[in-house]
Write a protein that binds this ligand. Structure first.
Ligand code: 5GP
Ligand code: MN
Length: 344
């Protein structure tokens, strides 16, 4: 057992006031790992508060324990969030490695007195946390939480440690961050964790349905529009991209959740190894990148679009207009051409 975990176990032997927070626009891994960890800690007698910097998408509203999540951005929650952070003895930072990913909450966490614990699988963490459970090879933060809890509990079988709700939360994170077990980050440890979690009675098929087959009709209609009208393929760069303006989003009444995952469709086009999506929203452009194999979108996202993430799934932001942002993308593409063409 490494020293971090030993120190953490010793610290948690007394009741603590714990904050769990995650990256903005939290996905199923951010929220699932946070809620699974929250449930474990609450079961051990700690006072736990889960704070998301921003709202989450509608398809995550079923996650067990989600009703306790405070939204820092919401005026009605902000005072309570600040008070809880001030009183906290431990702040757990899950599924992000840079405080900027917390939006306005970043400064509050940075200034807080509490000890910080980072649990994450993104590349290049900032070193703001005393304790780090950090592994870029882990498929999901939920996988890291699973392994951490197992280790803390002396590797007892899952059904003696986790209840079904915790297992659903962790499974949701692992399933989504592996693209339903099809990405390159799937290892034997992923399937072993899932097998173990299933011993709690976890219904994996139901979790999949609640996340992926639970969309408003408008999302499918919007998807139809994007794929038929907005998908551009550049065979010479083995790249696909889509650009969505604020006006288009408004026309389809699209909320944040309805654009999520659409970038992946670009990779379904034959021979394409990189897909990008540019979304104009609230005065900034949010960019999503996906790739396959050896081509790293993280370098592209961090070098040109103030972003980062994983080798095959990254994101970024731009304060330029959407037209200028896309022009930048098209301008830098040639410098990646040989790398794109050499992907197996
Ligand atoms: P998505 O395209 O789903 O928003 O993001 C894909 C991945 O890219 C996320 O898991 C996250 O790691 C990373 N990512 C997205 N947006 C940002 C950003 O603005 N900054 C950084 N550093 N990473 C991001
Ligand atoms: Mn994750």
């Amino acid at each position: 057992m490494n020293q971090t975990i030993q120190e953490l176990i010793a610290f948690l032997s007394l009741p603590q006031k714990i904050i769990i927070t995650m990256h903005r626009d939290p996905d199923a891994d951010a929220l699932g790992s946070s809620l699974g960890w929250a449930s474990y800690l609450a079961g051990k007698g700690h006072e736990v508060t889960v704070i998301s910097p921003t709202e989450y998408t509608a398809n995550l509203r079923w996650l067990p324990g989600i009703e306790q999540v405070l939204i820092y951005e919401k005026a009605s929650d902000q005072g309570k969030c600040k008070r809880k952070i001030e009183e906290a003895t431990l702040i757990c930072c899950l599924d992000f490695s840079a405080l900027s990913r917390l939006k306005d909450l970043g400064k509050v966490v940075q200034d807080a007195q509490a000890i910080k614990l980072l649990v994450d699988h993104h590349l290049e963490p900032e070193h703001f946390a005393k304790w780090m459970v950090w592994d870029t090879n882990a498929a999901a933060t939920a996988q890291l939480i699973y392994a951490l809890v197992k280790e803390m509990e002396g590797n007892k079988p899952a059904q003696e440690i986790f209840d079904k709700g915790m297992a659903e939360c962790l499974y949701a994170g692992i399933m989504t961050d592996t693209g339903s077990f099809r990405h390159g980050n799937v290892t034997p440890a992923v399937h072993l964790a899932v097998a173990d979690l299933m011993l709690t009675g976890l219904d994996t098929s139901r979790v999949h349905r609640l996340i992926y087959d639970n969309a408003p009709l408008s999302r499918l209609q919007f998807l139809g529009y994007v794929l038929s009208q907005k998908l551009v393929v550049l065979p010479e760069y083995r790249t696909a991209y889509m650009v969505l303006t604020e006006a288009e989003l408004q026309k389809f009444n699209s909320s944040t959740g309805e654009t999520e995952g659409i970038v992946n469709y670009g990779l379904q086009v034959e021979n394409v190894v990189m897909s990008a999506m540019f979304i104009e929203r609230k005065g900034e452009v949010k960019i999503s990148f996906r790739s396959v194999g050896s081509f790293s979108v993280r370098d592209l996202a961090s070098t040109h679009f103030n972003g980062g993430g994983h080798k095959n799934a990254s994101g970024g932001r731009s304060e330029q207009s959407v037209t200028e942002t896309v022009a930048t993308f098209l301008r830098v593409l040639p410098s990646y051409q040989s790398e794109l063409l050499s992907v197996d």
